[in-house]
Design a protein around this ligand. Structure first.
Ligand code: KE4
Length: 426
């Protein structure tokens, strides 16, 4: 038994599934999860010292790579002043001002502690602001684990066979309507069926919890039009795409304005942070200004804000990072596509900028139905083969590969070569 196996045995006695978040349990790939001791740059190191080239990147926050000195030093400095005060702090103002400057169309920010909390709060605000109860989400999109969004969810809810969760009362989820990603007609049908009752449409601008599926041309623009026509608010869940697709996120990248935008991951630099943002008119309906209540003991935590600020300032001051991420993502996706073609493996490689995902299916994947039709067992075998070669991918099909600024050309080339060997042996 290696140390990860020993730790996993102990963990399973005291943590459900041995983990604090389901996807980490490696159930979709049928292996023992690697327990990670430390990380630096594009590498993580397990408790036995094994070195893995990492494409999980903590599920998105590590856009600059792990343990970046600028972020580490900001945290080390902040910690010396204390961990948490339960009072307003200067960095909360600074990061909110920076986000307002960088993200199109927002005037105010509310910090919370996770993407789940950000989306849950944004939905409550949309309902409070419109006086409507229904929401529209998309099958296979994942927006965290708040009750009303655990309906036809993606990510590890789907991978674990529970896209809708036990313990969520029907009375709550009856207000959650489900449409199909990249299918505007499915949205229009729901808006027609529930006239003037839909508070918001919430979407991942790039679906990155069903693997990676980009928006079809006109899809996001169509959602904007449908919202304008129906009086529903458009909510972009940018927990993954925020500050990744571009400094201004998906709104800037696709040129589509959302009424509310949620963030997480990158804005925390690896610390627990989420945020929901919007116009002053909307955001001043949130307590203590308005009737929509939301609160949090550690919201805007000064150490977490220091990490987030360091990362956002770095991204703002180094715009070349986005050009590099775009080139690296394209190089990896094109290389993996060539590897699949060389081996004759039935694999589709989807990518949007630095987000990438393989699907084991012979036909293009542009919808959730396509994604669901891919061969999950083949993915599991591919994952195991790549892990053997020291490459850590998402341990489930319905996730994304994250490329960071720390991934070198040589590492991307190694990944492509390794994939060719693994695919050939599948
Ligand atoms: P958190 O509550 O996990 O910080 O964020 C929830 C969330 C909201 N919106 C989107 C688009 C997300 O991708 C997420 C969380 N992403 C998953 C990865 N697919 C987190 C990994 C996990 O669940 O352990």
């Amino acid at each position: 038994m290696d140390t990860s196996q020993q730790l996993f045995t102990a963990a399973c006695r005291v943590l459900p599934g041995g983990v604090n978040s389901p996807v980490r349990a490696y159930r979709s790939v049928g292996l023992t999860p690697r327990f990670i001791q430390r990380a630096r740059g594009s590498h993580v190191y397990d408790v036995d010292g094994r070195d893995y080239l990492d494409y999980v990147c903590s599920w998105g926050p590590m856009i600059l790579g792990h343990n970046h000195p600028v972020i580490r030093e900001a945290v080390e400095k902040a910690v010396r002043d204390g961990l948490s005060f339960g009072a307003p702090t200067p960095r909360e103002v600074e990061i909110a001002e920076l986000m307002v400057e960088l993200v199109p169309g927002i005037e105010m920010v509310r910090m919370v502690n996770s993407g789940t909390e950000a989306v849950m709060s944004a939905i409550r605000l949309a309902r409070g602001a419109t006086g409507r109860d229904k929401i529209i989400k998309f099958e296979g999109c994942y927006h965290g684990h708040s009750d009303c969004l655990l309906v036809a969810a993606g990510s590890s809810a789907l991978a674990g066979g529970h896209p809708s969760s036990a313990g969520v009362p029907e009375d709550i989820v009856k207000h959650t309507l489900t449409a199909q990603f990249n299918d505007l007609a499915s949205v229009e049908a729901l808006l027609d069926a529930w006239p003037e009752q839909v508070a918001c449409i919430i979407v991942e601008p790039v679906a990155a919890n069903m693997g990676v599926v980009g928006p079809a041309p006109g899809f996001l623009e169509g959602l904007r039009k449908l919202c304008d026509k129906s009086g529903a608010l458009l909510v972009f869940d940018e927990v993954i795409t925020g500050f990744r697709l571009a400094l201004g996120g998906a709104q800037a990248y696709y040129g589509v304005h959302a009424d509310l935008v949620t963030f997480g991951k990158i804005i925390g630099g690896g610390m627990p942070v989420g945020a929901y943002c919007g116009s002053r008119a909307l955001m001043e309906q949130v307590a203590p200004c308005g009737p929509v209540y939301q609160a949090g003991t550690l919201s805007g935590n000064p150490v977490a804000m220091a990490a987030g600020l360091a990362q956002l300032h770095y991204l703002k001051d180094h715009p070349e990072v986005y050009t590099q991420l775009s080139e690296k993502g394209a190089f990896l996706a094109e290389g993996l596509t060539r590897a699949a073609q060389k081996t004759g493996a039935a694999v589709q490689i989807n990518h949007v900028e630095s987000l990438c995902a393989p699907f084991f299916t012979p036909t293009p994947v542009t919808t959730f139905v396509d994604a669901k039709g891919s061969d999950l067992q083949a993915y599991a075998r591919y994952f195991a083969g790549m892990l053997q070669k020291g490459i850590a991918l998402a341990p489930a099909q319905f996730e994304a590969m994250f490329v960071s600024a720390a991934h070198t050309q040589e590492e991307l080339t190694y990944t492509i070569q390794a994939a060719e060997e693994v695919l050939a042996a599948l």
